[in-house]
Design a protein. Structure first.
Length: 359
């Protein structure tokens, strides 16, 4: 199995990409609305087919990316039937299985944080994705959204702690940089629900936490009750429309050489290599302005922010850095030339200023 753990810094949410390597079929667990571009780029770069998005519960601290991913990639939305959400493609009962190539994931009902909380367990029970039910050395709160400390205690003890002791636990959040744990560790060291703590002890502890409500609750809960479909409070993220751009997992918009060959007169082309590098065997694109990477921000004032900018270097690495710098400097229409001058030349693009003999 392929596993990637992704993180949203604003909501402290972990999103998990899980895929069957043989078939390439994948699921995303707890996707975040604002991170859909990132997640889609990773799915694309790894050559996977996103079959499902799985939310562990109706989140109160962020809006799920499930609806937007279905719109972009055709994935199906699945979550526990007890969540009470509308718009899902698959409503899961306790013990339901989700096929993932030759593998499968079992949905366990683990209410307590909310009525509709679920834990997703890989078929060989080597991994469990526990949402907010069981965290690393902690657990989710139980004071709103139909929360119940008694239910959570039983969910953890009877469902999650019944998994093999070496089963890896992946939660929906962590606030101290921890990434995973195991059933055995939490059984022994979890200060809220591990060790010899009784149900009565747990209920008393959870009643005294006194935590503030999440800042996004008024927006997140209504949106997540319709699987993240955008509302007036959560507009769709704007997509660039000046070219058929592709967003990379590195966080950079990229444009293909073929498009630039046909539209070079519509954009500003910036080559960020030093001038002495252009004199080798590999030249530059006709009409490009040479601006070394180290000077790109200082030289940005001479560029027209209303016209698109395409940045190029030898292979696309330095120009990707320059693209990020220009975006931070306020350029909204900027993209990296995918593959740089090497790919441009390989696809028949003309280069000027190159040497005719050995470089």
């Amino acid at each position: 199995m392929l596993l990637r753990q992704l993180f949203d810094t604003r909501s402290w949410t972990y999103t998990y990409l899980l895929a069957d390597r043989k078939s390439g079929e994948a699921v995303l667990i707890d996707p975040v609305f604002e991170q859909v571009r990132r997640d889609s780029a990773l799915v694309d770069e790894l050559g996977l087919e996103l079959r499902y998005t799985l939310d562990t519960h109706v989140h109160a601290d962020h809006v799920t990316g499930a609806w937007l991913l279905r719109a972009k990639l055709g994935s199906k939305i699945a979550l526990m039937a007890t969540a009470g959400a509308t718009g899902a493609d698959v409503l899961l009962a306790d013990g339901a299985e989700i096929a993932l190539g030759s593998r499968s994931i079992t949905a366990l009902a683990t209410p307590g944080h909310t009525n509709g909380c679920g834990t997703y367990v890989l078929d060989d029970k080597s991994m469990a994705f526990t949402g907010d039910c069981l965290l690393i050395r902690g657990c989710g709160r139980t004071d709103f959204q139909q929360g119940s400390a008694k239910q959570m205690y039983r969910s953890v003890r009877e469902k999650i702690f019944a998994l093999p002791k070496d089963c890896s636990i992946y939660p929906a959040h962590d606030y101290q940089g921890r990434t995973m744990t195991t059933v055995a560790e939490e059984m022994e060291y979890n200060p809220r629900c591990g060790g010899a703590r009784s149900e009565e002890d747990f209920v008393e502890l959870m009643a005294t936490l006194g935590l503030p409500h999440p800042a996004e609750i008024a927006v997140a809960v209504p949106a997540n009750l319709q699987c993240g479909e955008p509302t007036d409070h959560k507009p769709m993220p704007a997509e660039p429309d000046w070219a058929p751009l592709r967003y990379s997992f590195a966080g950079v918009w990229q444009v293909a050489p073929q498009w630039l060959m046909e539209h070079s007169n519509e954009v500003q082309i910036i080559d960020v290599r030093p001038a002495d590098e252009i004199g080798g065997r590999l030249g530059t694109i006709s009409g490009a302005t040479l601006v070394p990477l180290d000077n790109v921000v200082e030289s940005a004032g001479s560029l027209d922010k209303t016209r698109p900018v395409v940045v190029v270097c030898r292979s696309g690495g330095r120009s990707a850095q320059a693209t990020v710098k220009l975006m931070r400097a306020g350029f909204e229409k900027v993209a990296n030339l995918h593959g740089g001058a090497l790919r441009w030349a390989a696809q028949g693009g003309e280069l000027v200023g190159k040497a005719t003999g050995p470089a």
